[in-house]
Design a binder for this molecule. Structure first.
Ligand SMILES: *Cc1c(COP(=O)(O)O)cnc(C)c1O
Length: 365
């Protein structure tokens, strides 16, 4: 029996190493994971309460259309409910977009180092990925526009870009949208937007009013701290969202995800606290990198990519032995690691561990 030829080469997703596995393998009792951009402060207690309340309904299918959550979110975002689609994480929204729109051979434009789920789902649909190199770790929108041709179906822009953490500004995205033909979809992945209060960051919802080919992706996995419940969403024009809805599985999000997201939306004080703590954490980490002479990209989300000037895999392994899990293995950045901003205590631990590791490993010139 043969699988589809276009999937045989696909890697099975390699997640950030789980804490329990690292403890077991290395005989450590204390391990911190700063590898998957999870919220170090957990989630709103109100979300946890909502999950408990849902326990009584475990045997009943969820509302597939997530009507209550959709209405609450629509109100909050100032859009119509039919402009929103929920997925099992925004990962699933990426999957559904690819499934609903890509024919074999359709071209997709992405950055050369960005969130891997775009390529993954494009390849499953037999689409073509046209990669445009990042410039200084930032999406090169001019370069991406130059690749648009009659075969182009979707342009994927990750903002801030995972793993580099850089952003393209509102004016840059608006310029891009004004140039791209309206039959080309532009997906703006804003998984970390709630962390950002920089005024130059795009107001995706404002751009949606003007550009019908734009789709925004957002999630409850990051600042909302609900990663395990798998709930994220897309926002776009109603006609476009309807097409995505047509390929959605009937019960793609869970009762727990919906209930927790609804409660989490109501607790914006928690979000404000997380944003502030993250900002502090970024200042602390950057100051340490400056002191250690390590250049880091501008960081806007809850992670920062730093050039450790040594083979990233070696630094990753050495940090692991000290009980700190980070992310390495970025094709175009062999001496960079991506570190999630943790709690103050976790940030202090990764800084002191990194300082020791830098002593142990020779600089790569
Ligand atoms: C984490 C992340 C997502 C997806 O998260 P979900 O848990 O699937 O909602 C999407 N895009 C980017 C850039 C991310 O970093």
């Amino acid at each position: 029996m043969q699988p589809k030829p276009n999937i045989v080469h696909l890697p099975v997703y390699q997640p950030g190493k789980p804490i329990e596995e690292v403890k077991r393998e290395l005989g450590l009792t204390e391990v911190i994971k700063l590898a998957s951009n999870e919220n170090p402060f957990g989630s709103s207690p109100k979300a946890l309460e909502a999950i408990k309340r849902e326990l009584d309904n475990v045997s009943i299918y969820p509302d597939g259309a997530a009507v209550e959550l959709t209405n609450a979110l629509a109100k909050r975002l100032g859009v119509d409910p039919d402009q929103i689609i929920f997925g099992a994480g925004s990962d699933e929204v990426i999957l559904m977009i690819a499934r609903a729109f890509l024919l074999p051979g359709d071209e997709n434009i992405t950055a050369d180092q960005t969130f891997p789920q775009y390529r993954h789902n494009i390849e499953i649909e037999n689409g073509v990925v046209v990669e445009v190199p990042l410039k200084d770790g930032t999406h090169d929108l001019h370069g991406m526009l130059a690749k648009v041709n009659p075969k182009t179906k979707i342009v994927w822009i990750c903002n801030p870009n995972n793993p580099t953490g850089t952003i393209v500004t509102h004016d840059e995205v608006e310029w891009f949208l004004s140039k791209v033909p309206s039959n080309v979809m532009v997906v703006l992945d804003e998984a970390y937007c709630e962390y950002i209060d920089d005024p130059s960051f795009p107001n995706g919802l404002e751009l949606l009013k003007k550009y019908p080919n734009l789709v925004l992706l957002r999630t409850f996995s990051k600042i909302y701290g609900l990663a395990s419940l798998r709930i994220g969403y897309g926002v776009g024009r109603a006609e476009l969202i309807r097409s995505i809805n047509q390929v959605r599985e009937p019960f793609n999000t869970s009762r727990f995800g919906q209930a927790a997201a609804l409660a989490a939306l109501e607790d914006q004080a928690f979000i404000d606290r997380c944003r502030e703590a993250n900002k502090q954490g970024l200042v602390t980490l950057r100051a340490a990198f400056d002191r250690l002479g390590l250049p880091a990209f501008p960081a806007y989300g809850n992670f920062i990519m730093v050039d450790v000037k040594r083979p990233a895999q070696d630094v990753f392994q050495a940090l692991l032995r000290k009980g700190v899990i980070v992310r390495a293995g970025h094709k175009h950045y062999p001496t960079h690691i991506r570190i999630t901003v943790g709690s103050a205590e976790q940030n202090a631990k990764v800084i002191s561990a990194l300082e020791e590791v830098l002593q142990e490993i020779a600089v790569q010139v």
